[in-house]
Design a protein around this ligand. Sequence first.
Ligand SMILES: [Ca+2]
Length: 182
Amino acid sequence: MKIKLILFLFFVFLFFTQAYGKTTIVVEAEHFDSITPSMEVKEERGASGGNSIEIPLKKSHSKSEVPPSDSGYAEYKIYIPQEGNYQFWARCWWYDHTGNSFFILIDSIAVDKNTPYVTSNTYKKWHWVQGPVFHLTRGIHTIRIQNREDGVRMDQWILTTTPKSRWEPTKKEKETPQYIVK
Ligand SMILES: [Ca+2]
């Protein structure tokens, strides 16, 4: 009888952790599955793991908003363990107000006017930037970080089921390799 009760409680626990458990996925930006220029790896003292990805500053860096000069990107394959709404965060370094964004594409390669991106107005300093919320199903998804402007760097990124009202990153986070598909 006692064993039945323990088993019952165990399955109740499993059900709740599956249905309501929190998931936070942390990825070093330099641990991509593939990368295409002009996106490149940049050694960075201030970055977690000593590396970031960047769209290098162009000599003719524009002072106004212009379309990206190429579709350079880094792409990641991630295992999502439970369906839900995931808040995207990225630890970024921006050059200025026309070098302060990356496109974020989920299971897509086509940029259009509705493609989400991350941006903020803190320059020349590593900081966490709040991105969009994505609804993701359980299984493998492709995350693409793509050129939107030059003079931008990314150190780490996060997908978490914990909403911003409950938690936001403030420091370098520990990578969760169990969610990165090799
Ligand atoms: Ca890094």
